[in-house]
Design a protein around this ligand. Structure first.
Ligand code: ZN
Length: 153
C-alpha cells in the first residue's frame, strides 16, 4: 500500500468525468487500498479516485462505521433534504453549507466485483453524494450555497 498525492483546488483533473471500471482486478484492489490509506492519512471520511489523479469510478468512505470500497457507485434512490456543513480534502481550509438528500441508496460493486447496495442517512448520505459528485467532476464549490470559511479563494 502507498499514500498517493492529493490533487487540489484548480487542478483540472478534479473537473473531469471518471470512467467506469470494467473488471475488478488486483490492480483495482491495490488502488482502493492506496486510496483508503491516503484517506486515513489525511483524516478524511471519503475519497474519490480523481482526487489522487486517477480517472476511474472508485470511492472509499469511512464515516467511523468501517471502510467501504465502492466500484462504479451510483445513487439509485434519494429521499428528503438536509442542510449540511461540508468540506473536502481537495479544498483545504474551505467549509461551506450545502443541501443534500436526507437518505440515499447507492448501488456499486465491492472489491470482489459483487453487486452491493448501501443505504445511508444524514452524514453518510452527505458523504455518498459528495464522493459520487467527484466522479462526475462536480466539486464542493459547485454545491456550496454559503461559505462558512475560506470562501474567498
Ligand atoms: Zn471531496
Amino acid at each position: 500500500m502507498a499514500i498517493r498525492s492529493l490533487r487540489y483546488n484548480d487542478d483540472e483533473i478534479l473537473r473531469k468525468r471518471c470512467r467506469p471500471v470494467d473488471e475488478v482486478t488486483d490492480r483495482i484492489r491495490d488502488l482502493l487500498n492506496d486510496m483508503a490509506e491516503t484517506m486515513y492519512a489525511e483524516n478524511g471520511a471519503g475519497l474519490a479516485a480523481c482526487q489522487v489523479g486517477i480517472l476511474k469510478r472508485l470511492v472509499t468512505i469511512d464515516m467511523g462505521d468501517g471502510l467501504l470500497k465502492l466500484v462504479n457507485p451510483e445513487i439509485v434512490e434519494a429521499h428528503g433534504e438536509q442542510a449540511c456543513v461540508e468540506a473536502c480534502l481537495s479544498f483545504p481550509g474551505r467549509v461551506g453549507q450545502t443541501v443534500r438528500p436526507q437518505c440515499v441508496t447507492v448501488r456499486a460493486r465491492n472489491e470482489k466485483g459483487e453487486e452491493v447496495f448501501y443505504t445511508g442517512e444524514g452524514n453518510l448520505a452527505k458523504c455518498f453524494c459528495h464522493e459520487l459528485d467527484h466522479l462526475d467532476g462536480i466539486v464542493l464549490p459547485d454545491r456550496v450555497t454559503a461559505w462558512l470559511s475560506g470562501g474567498k479563494a
